[in-house]
Design a binder for this molecule. Structure first.
Ligand SMILES: [Zn+2]
Length: 370
């Protein structure tokens, strides 16, 4: 049996440890100590040095006792603000913070469930393949831990990430790729009253470019949005520059590229009509997660749900996570729910039963090798 009291206590211990992005050292220390107490191999990788954090990812290895491919389980150590001095409160089986902070169930409920599952299978001497536990840094601020993970440090084909919500048994199989876009329009300044015809208005240029763009809900799988705009100085000068930021997302990497090309073309067409020039720059923040139905890891999730009588559901999700990055690195990845709810707010909550069921689900995964 999984130890539900120990599970809840370790969850509380962890949410009380401050761990904003890039400052997860105390949390990493806790996990390293925890692993060493069990006699598990543990190390901290170089992701912190590469990304400016005070620790790297924590990677635990538990040698296999049975057959099957090695498999990894992953959750992130950092929390979104406000996350300092978290005080967990339980009422009617639901855990929340005392109200001033997030709870940090995102994603420490995942860590607690993974640790309890690993304790369970090792203590009960259940058969399992080589198990790896990956606890990442700085997921919330741009998945820096996953991005800086060296695949040589994690020699598995499959990773089960637990960093999503919904009933336990919900598996995220699609999550969009996202591009961050920066656009700068260059016009030509001139006195607006005396010789405006000698100028090119960067603001008009921006307006023309934007009016050509297909934005917001582009298609079923693709979205685009302008985030901010600024430019110009005073009314008697034809504006020299105007810049705006945007993002585009798609569940399909090719459609994302198409949307970026489209937005870039709109800028070029505007410059051809109005004059001036436009710098169009973008950065792919993360690739799309797109797990095919026949993926063995997804099939395994379905079987675990059946064995535990949990409702299996494969669903898309609108946001990215470590799962996108790890998938982009070539691993088989699914993102399973740990029941977290109202995340990134001070009303964040999680049901005690959901953390327990997540641990059951992960323990089942650990014992059912591919
Ligand atoms: Zn998360």
């Amino acid at each position: 049996m999984l130890n539900s009291e120990r599970l809840l206590n370790s969850f509380f211990d962890m949410v009380k440890i401050d761990s904003p992005s890039f400052k997860e050292a105390a949390m990493a220390r806790f996990l390293v100590d925890f692993a060493e107490q069990q006699g598990w191999e543990v190390r901290v990788d170089k992701a912190g040095e590469k990304s400016g954090g005070d620790t790297g990812n924590v990677i635990v290895r538990i040698p296999g006792t049975g057959v099957g491919e090695p498999i990894a389980f992953s959750s992130h150590m950092d929390c979104v603000p406000p996350c300092l001095g978290i005080e967990p409160v339980v009422k009617d089986g639901i855990v929340t913070s005392a109200g001033e902070t997030v709870l940090g169930g995102d994603d420490k409920a995942g860590i607690a469930a993974i640790l309890e599952a690993a304790l369970h299978v090792t203590e009960e001497k259940l058969q399992h393949p080589d198990l790896y536990l990956l606890f990442t840094i700085a997921e919330e601020s741009g998945m820096h831990g996953a991005k800086n993970l060296d695949p040589a440090d994690l020699e598995v084909k499959s990773i089960v990430v637990t960093d999503s919500g919904g009933p336990i048994g919900t598996v995220t199989v699609k999550a969009p790729a996202k591009a961050a876009i920066n656009i700068i329009c260059h016009g030509k300044p001139a006195h607006a009253g005396m010789e405006p015809e000698k100028g090119v208005s960067a603001i008009q240029l921006a307006a023309d470019a934007i009016s050509r763009m297909n934005l917001l809900r582009v298609d079923e799988e693709t979205t685009a949005n302008l985030g901010s705009i600024s430019g110009g100085t005073v009314t008697n000068i034809v504006a020299e520059t105007c810049s705006f930021t945007a993002e585009a997302r798609s569940l399909d990497d090719a459609k994302l590229r198409w949307q970026l090309d489209h937005m870039h073309s709109c800028c070029e067409e505007a410059a051809a009509k109005i004059g001036g020039s436009i710098d169009f720059k973008y950065d792919i923040s993360y690739p799309a997660l797109d797990v095919p139905e026949e993926d063995p890891l997804l099939q395994q999730a379905r079987q675990c749900c059946e064995a535990l009588d949990l409702p299996f559901a494969a669903v898309p999700c609108g946001g990215g996570s470590d799962a996108n990055i790890l998938y982009g690195k070539g691993y088989h990845v699914i993102n399973i729910s740990n029941g977290m709810d109202k995340v990134h707010t001070v009303k964040e909550q999680i049901a005690v039963q959901d953390i327990y069921d997540t641990a059951r689900m992960i323990a089942e995964f650990m014992q059912s090798p591919q």
